[in-house]
Design a protein around this ligand. Structure first.
Ligand SMILES: CC(C)(COP(=O)(O)OP(=O)(O)OC[C@H]1O[C@@H](n2cnc3c(N)ncnc32)[C@H](O)[C@@H]1OP(=O)(O)O)[C@@H](O)C(=O)NCCC(=O)NCCS
Length: 158
């Protein structure tokens, strides 16, 4: 299968299309996705015949903690190594970003049944002998979004 990888070239519509192909619930708004992509550390896209057929992205502070998010390959293109090359590109970005002499924690949430795919890259499922469980909650908006973001952009300008 002929495809190439690009970076930081993912639009919200393609993200939503790939997410829907994976059957993930919790639909996201297009402008919410666009802002999320803009704030990602890197997005990686697999392109075949001009179409995005796979993606993955990194979020985090870029220095001390990284999270791998939304690794998705369209069903028709699965099983050809696309997911592997996307993961390798994301992990290479973390390795390149890490300060010399440091090792940085990298997390992800695996969909049930996909743990084996991530274990190939060295990820361990938790809880294990030393680490506690991964936890998740969905927090409701309090409607202060603009206020908080104005404060943030004010701070970054000082
Ligand atoms: C998970 C996913 C990204 C893998 O992409 P892919 O392009 O099919 O993966 P690859 O072809 O690179 O497979 C790499 C290896 O992982 C293995 N693998 C793939 N899915 C696996 C699974 N669920 N469990 C164990 N191993 C798996 C493959 O057999 C292959 O092994 P090999 O290198 O020994 O041949 C893809 O199945 C997908 O998009 N699924 C739907 C979305 C999803 O669930 N994403 C994960 C979010 S947490």
């Amino acid at each position: 299968m002929d495809y190439k990888l690009t970076t930081n070239n993912l639009c919200a519509k393609d993200f939503i299309r790939l997410r829907e192909s994976a059957g993930w619930g919790n639909p996201l708004l297009e402008h919410q996705v666009a802002a999320g992509l803009e704030n990602s550390l890197i997005t990686v896209e697999a392109i075949c015949d001009g179409q995005v057929v796979g993606m993955g992205r990194l979020v985090g502070d870029g220095f001390t903690i990284f999270y791998i998010q939304d690794v998705i390959v369209l069903p028709k293109f699965q099983g050809h190594g696309v997911g592997t090359t996307i993961m390798q590109r994301l992990i290479a970005h973390i390795s390149d970003s890490a300060l010399p002499g440091t090792r940085v924690a990298t997390g992800l949430f695996s969909v049930k049944g996909k743990e084996g795919f991530y274990k190939k890259f060295g990820f361990c499922a938790r809880p294990d002998d030393t680490g506690g469980a991964g936890m998740l909650m969905r927090v409701e908006s309090r409607g202060c979004h603009s206020e908080i973001n104005e404060k943030r952009s004010g701070q970054s300008g000082t």
